[in-house]
Design a protein around this ligand. Structure first.
Ligand code: SF4
Ligand code: SF4
Length: 139
């Protein structure tokens, strides 16, 4: 359920007002939008996803409001974290893709031939590392 509009981050673009499918927010002249109908929130995360400055927090609890405070949300990295994990925003990569990439890198690394000090050996050079997992096969 939507819990917070950050007054310090909001740039009053009102994108969240338009993005919300259940009309939870009200525009406020010269101020951040107001959460006017919290109980209508469907916990769909669309507002958090579209907010360009990570100023919204939607809690995962769908049926009840939970107390939150902005400082704690910022310190824990939760404010705007849905958008970050989806990979929306300049320079961001979806969390799933980040995990996939690091897995590929780990797999790649585990197939490299290394010497006894763990240094990567040039291709086709026999490995001196006795571990069978680090042997690079040659054709
Ligand atoms: S989308 Fe974000 S920045 Fe824009 S009005 Fe809503 S909370 Fe503020
Ligand atoms: S989570 Fe969905 S329903 Fe709830 S305020 Fe945001 S956009 Fe509206």
């Amino acid at each position: 359920m939507i819990e917070l509009v950050s007054e310090s981050r909001c740039i009053q673009c009102n994108i969240c007002v338009s993005a919300c499918p259940t009309n939870v927010f009200d525009k406020v002249p010269d101020a951040p939008p107001k959460i006017a109908r919290q109980s209508d929130c469907q916990t769909c995360f669309m507002c958090e996803l579209y907010c360009p400055v990570d100023a919204l927090y939607v809690a995962p609890q769908t049926d009840e409001s939970v107390p939150v405070d902005e400082k704690t949300l910022i310190e824990s990295g939760l404010l705007g974290s849905y958008r970050e994990n989806v990979g929306w925003g300049p320079g961001r990569t979806p969390a799933g893709l980040r995990e996939q990439s690091s897995q590929v890198f780990r797999n790649f690394n585990s197939n490299l031939s290394t010497d006894a000090q763990g240094r990567i050996l040039p291709w086709n050079q026999p490995s001196t590392n006795p571990s069978p997992n680090t042997e690079r096969k040659t054709v």
